[in-house]
Design a protein around this ligand. Structure first.
Ligand code: PLP
Length: 394
């Protein structure tokens, strides 16, 4: 099928919910993708932070293949070894308590919201259900997680939304404190806002939020759907902020490409969701957990994580060295970087980069977002940089 034929059928049969680029991808190797016409792209997106081991990692491919041949799915009414292994690895690496498996980021955040509300309900009775999130955040696309998202443009069309969310300005402790009242049960945040523009939180602010949560018995929910699984150079970003959250959610990179999400709760609240109060048909299947175990076996490693930090620093330094008038800065951590460009120019620049053969994302109003596979090589980074330079410097 030609690109034009595929495009015509896509328009006919697939809901047009995405502003897709005019490219149909076909196969990949390392951090390089090819489209159906044979054109080559260096990938600095990993899907959207998903394919953290690139596109043909032998450990991941073998783990999935072997598990599919052995047992792909059983219901959550039975135990399987891969699921227990994934939970054990996550808990051991973080000093958290227990894990619930979901299938996506939004669903993991839904689970976290349910857990926080039930924690409060069990302890204080009804009415203490409010959750404070931050302005400019992104927490998902379900009715509830859209409302948890602190951007009013998402609070449209689908009324009525779930009640009980309020939004505080990131980094503004007074604003946050003014939103917390005796009906509040949790504070939820990303430590580096991803969709919002690759915006890191101030560490001092995060520490004070943690103490405020302890003081008022609010659960601190850290949304690590994008920042987790090695993306920022530590297994979870919260480990760089010297905090111990009550709930951590994750998804994107966890399965290296298969759909898996998870809610991880600390020892103080990991028994709140009891039999019958939360469930999922697909969550934590042996297939997706075999993938997650393969991913974690590679990423949950000090040397691998320090390489992520080194490659991130290298990429940042080389981009700043373009010395382009279009580049106002590079922010983020590890291999989650935002190139800051003049407001409104990020989309056009991203399209140009993609056309030239480097896949990038945008975020917020002024960021070109880079989330390359964590396994990207220096050769692949150099190839991407060589393509990027003339786009920023001509
Ligand atoms: C992508 C993302 C989500 C939503 O994840 P889905 O898998 O698309 O539901 C939630 N929170 C953050 C921080 C994200 O980056």
């Amino acid at each position: 099928m030609t690109y034009e034929e595929l495009k015509a059928q896509e328009e006919l049969y697939v809901m047009q919910t995405y502003g897709r680029f005019p490219i149909a991808l076909d196969h990949g190797k390392g951090s390089v993708l090819w489209d159906i016409t044979g054109k080559r792209y260096v990938d600095l997106t990993s899907g959207i932070g998903v394919s953290c081991l690139g596109y043909d990692h032998p450990v991941l491919t073998q783990a999935i293949t072997e598990q599919v041949q052995q047992l792909m799915h059983v219901s959550n009414l039975f135990m399987t070894a891969p699921m227990v292994q994934t939970a054990k690895t996550l808990v051991t690496a973080t000093q958290m308590g227990k894990v619930f498996f979901a299938n996506s980021g939004a669903e993991s955040n839904e689970g976290a919201i349910k857990l926080a509300r039930k924690y409060s309900f069990d302890k204080y009775g009804a009415g203490r259900h409010k959750i404070i999130t931050l302005c400019n955040s992104f927490h998902g696309r379900t009715i509830t997680t859209l409302k948890a998202t602190g951007q009013t443009r998402f609070h449209n069309h689908f009324f009525p939304f779930t009640e009980g969310f309020d939004y505080a300005i990131a980094g503004d402790l007074d604003d946050l404190k003014s939103k917390v009242d005796d009906r509040t049960c949790a504070i939820m945040m990303e430590l580096i806002q991803g969709e919002g523009g690759v915006l890191p939180q101030n560490p001092a602010f995060v520490k004070v939020v943690e103490s405020l949560c302890r003081e008022k018995d609010l659960l601190l929910i850290i949304d690590e759907v994008q920042t987790g699984i090695g993306r920022t150079g530590s297994l979870f970003c919260f480990q760089q902020y010297d905090i111990q959250p009550d709930i951590v959610t994750m998804a994107k990179g966890l399965g290296g490409g298969v759909p898996i999400g998870a809610v991880m709760a600390s020892k103080s609240c990991c028994d709140v969701l009891t039999a019958g109060t939360h469930a999922t048909t697909f969550g934590g299947s042996p297939m997706v957990c075999a993938a997650a175990n393969a991913v974690l076996s590679i990423i949950n490693n000090t040397a691998f994580l320090s390489e992520v930090r080194e490659k991130g620093a290298y990429l940042k330094e080389k981009i700043l060295a373009f010395d382009s008038p279009l580049i106002e800065g590079v922010r983020g951590a590890g291999l989650m970087l935002g190139i800051i460009v003049p407001a409104g120019q990020h989309s056009a620049l991203a399209s140009k980069l993609i056309e030239q053969g480097v896949l990038v994302l945008t975020a917020g109003q002024n960021a070109i977002r880079l989330l390359p596979p964590l396994t990207i090589t220096y050769e692949e980074l150099d190839e991407a940089l060589a393509i990027m330079k003339p786009v920023f410097c001509s």
